[in-house]
Design a protein around this ligand. Structure first.
Ligand SMILES: *Cc1c(COP(=O)(O)O)cnc(C)c1O
Length: 365
């Protein structure tokens, strides 16, 4: 069986270091907001090139806390993409604001800046782009639109740790960057975890209060906050993995390049490489009019595959109550009907990639 991701392999390679780091946490017995979280936040800020890195309990919470720290709430609109994991838009609902879904670009699957501009109203407060599958959204254009209309940008970087645009890390160039350390993400913990980046000191303070019951001094609560802290075990694991992230992302790009070669000449659209920045291939996602035949052949050959995402958010029951729910977003719907993700992880061997490509080639013959 070739799996979508193989978390066991990465653990085995790093096992002595991870086991030692966990032993230290157990011996030190400081499990919440201890020395590993503090050091990790400094290391993340340095890697990402931001002034402040505030960890929290998940990527979903990172989005929620960022929107709360931004003061976005009832009556406000946040323009976002419908082609993403539900957490992106759930977070907008958590603060009582309305997600406004606009269509995506057909090649990058990311939010279309023209559609963003057309959707701006006097209620719009923020744009929430997702760097889907590790491919940066069109930040130069989104930033120009945000500036012209005085809007804030909150980036969903859950799938893009290490991706860059003009040398700037995703999540580093705007009001907030929101990351996830879910185990299968490019930089994954062994449980849930998240991060918000900002270069505004006041916003960083607000995030630190919000993640810890609205408290800046123990047992003094300035506002109602949340329990959303990264724990020391996860922080210790992430500190072992962070120095390897560039290698992991380079290996993902190796896998993607070999897929591209192996699938040349077939009636499938491979991921767009000439985008706005450096793609870190959280997923390797094809488009094909023959998706069912490819999936059947992969299943028969014991090769995992998945549809990310079969139902766009504007068609989800959870958003049925939105006043501004679009009747149809044709590009999104066409992509959702034809997309297929193949296995990709840093340790995936060339021989496995070749077997996956020849299985697809045979299925389309
Ligand atoms: C994974 C993911 C999230 C949520 O992260 P969690 O850590 O699972 O809460 C948000 N947005 C996108 C695009 C994701 O892929």
């Amino acid at each position: 069986m070739i799996p979508m991701v193989d978390l066991q392999r990465q653990y085995q390679t790093l096992r002595p270091e991870i086991d030692a780091a966990l032993q230290d946490v157990l011996q030190g017995a400081r499990f919440i907001l201890g020395p590993n979280v503090q050091s990790l936040e400094q290391e993340l800020a340095t890697y990402l090139g931001v002034d402040h890195a505030v960890t929290c309990a998940s990527g979903t919470d990172a989005l929620h806390l960022a929107l709360a720290a931004a003061g976005i709430g009832p009556g406000d609109e946040v323009i976002t993409t419908p082609f993403t994991f539900i957490a992106t838009a759930e977070a907008i609902r958590y603060v009582g604001a309305d997600p406004v879904f606009v269509d995506i670009e057909p090649r990058t699957f990311n939010i279309d800046p023209d559609q963003v501009e057309a959707a701006i109203t006097e209620r719009t407060r923020a744009i929430l782009p997702v760097h889907l599958f590790g491919q940066p959204a069109d930040m130069p254009r989104l930033e120009a639109i945000a500036k012209a209309h005085k809007l804030m940008i909150v980036e969903d970087c859950a799938q893009s740790f290490g991706a860059t645009v003009d040398g700037v890390q995703t999540g580093a160039g705007n009001a907030f960057g929101c990351f996830s350390f879910f185990p299968s993400k490019n930089l994954g913990a062994f449980g849930d975890g998240g991060l918000v980046t900002t270069s505004c000191a006041a916003s960083a303070e607000a995030l630190r209060r919000l993640r810890n019951h609205g408290s800046s001094e123990r047992y003094y609560h300035d506002e109602i906050g949340y329990n959303s802290r990264l724990d020391e075990m996860q922080a210790a694991i992430l500190r072992v993995k962070l120095p390897h992230i560039d290698t992991y992302n380079a290996e993902r790009r190796r896998v993607a390049a070999r897929y591209r070669d192996g699938l040349t000449g077939l009636p499938v659209e491979v991921p767009f490489e000439d985008g706005i920045g450096v793609h870190v291939y959280h997923q390797y996602t094809l488009l094909s009019d023959h998706r069912d035949s490819i999936m059947q052949a992969l299943q028969a050959a014991e090769i995992a595959n998945a549809i990310y995402y079969p139902v766009p958010l504007h068609q989800q029951k959870a958003f049925a109550d939105l006043d501004k729910r679009p009747a149809s977003l044709p590009v999104t719907e066409s992509v959702a009907a034809r997309c297929l993700s193949l296995p990709i992880f840093p340790e995936l061997e060339d021989a496995s990639i070749d077997r996956i490509c020849s299985t697809i080639r045979d299925a389309l013959a």
